[in-house]
Design a protein around this ligand. Structure first.
Ligand code: MN
Ligand code: MN
Ligand code: MN
Length: 276
């Protein structure tokens, strides 16, 4: 059975490819299944499912939710969700509303710093309904105001920078609960981004497990061999299932390529087995 990729983005969040284009890329990469995991939205699913049916690729309904956390980043994937489930849908709508309120504040902060950037410039980079910091970064690059993505975040958009506006996030237990309400499996994405090690890492994983976390991403573009092994051990120690995906955004210059690292189809079967 060909491989799967359980972490991907489209133009419905911060990816460059439409759902149709993403599925065609999955076909070219020889994948048997693909999870669509756009940030805070499942709106790309109908198009992805339709294209998947044409191409003979299974589409798993997913989402990536940003949870409230410091010092690093905590993203929780919901896989196999029912997008129509009311509590889940309302939680995502709340996150969308928060984004809509945050963007004008970021733009105003950039303009207050003397950067000549318009809302049209930012929207132009989005190519879809959802606008976020990566699009601001792309617009700053396009206008020649920064040289690359890193400079955009290090100088203007990152935590603590002049145009940083805190984002409304769900508490980790709430994120897991709303994924479960929608019948999905909750998976901690790229645990390397928690920026924890040793005892504090173990404790954080144990806490998430106590909230009902089902799985952890073992295979991810950001994980080197040592982190892949560590995540595998964490899964084993804490009774979590293993998941994996590329975190493909289709953005030139960003490392991820679809279907890499390789994830066997059996991983998807194990993840979705025994779901309520
Ligand atoms: Mn992203
Ligand atoms: Mn993420
Ligand atoms: Mn992602």
């Amino acid at each position: 059975m060909p491989d799967v990729d359980l972490h991907t983005h489209t133009t419905y969040s911060d990816g460059k490819l439409s759902p149709q284009e993403l599925l065609q890329a999955a076909k070219a990469a020889g994948l048997s299944a693909l999870a669509l995991t756009d940030h805070d939205t499942t709106d790309g699913l109908p198009e992805a499912v339709a294209e998947g049916a044409k191409l003979g690729i299974r589409v798993v309904a997913g989402v990536e939710i940003s949870a409230d956390y410091a010092p690093g980043t905590m993203h929780i994937l919901g896989l196999g969700v029912d997008p129509a489930e009311p509590a889940f849908a309302e939680a995502l709508r709340g996150l969308q509303r928060a984004r809509a309120e945050r963007n004008p504040r970021m733009l105003a902060a950039l303009q207050a710093q003397g950067l000549e950037l318009s809302w049209q410039d930012v929207q132009h980079e989005a190519g879809g309904p959802q606008v976020g910091r990566p699009h601001f970064a792309a617009a700053l690059i396009a206008k020649g105001l920064v040289k690359d993505f890193d400079e955009a975040f290090d100088r203007w958009l990152g935590k603590g920078c002049p145009a940083y506006v805190p984002k409304v996030r769900l508490a980790p237990d709430k994120a897991i609960a709303c994924i479960h309400a929608a019948g999905g499996v909750a998976v901690l994405a790229h645990p390397i981004q928690l920026r924890l090690e040793g005892k504090s890492l173990e404790e954080q994983i144990a806490r998430l497990k106590s909230y009902g976390l089902d799985g952890i991403e073992v295979w991810h573009t950001d994980h080197d061999a040592a982190w892949t092994k560590l995540a595998e051990d964490l899964a084993q120690r804490h009774g979590l299932k293993a998941s994996g995906g590329s975190d493909f955004h289709g953005i030139p210059g960003r490392a991820a390529s679809l279907g890499r690292p390789q994830v066997p189809a059996s991983v998807l079967d194990a993840l979705l087995a025994g779901r309520a």
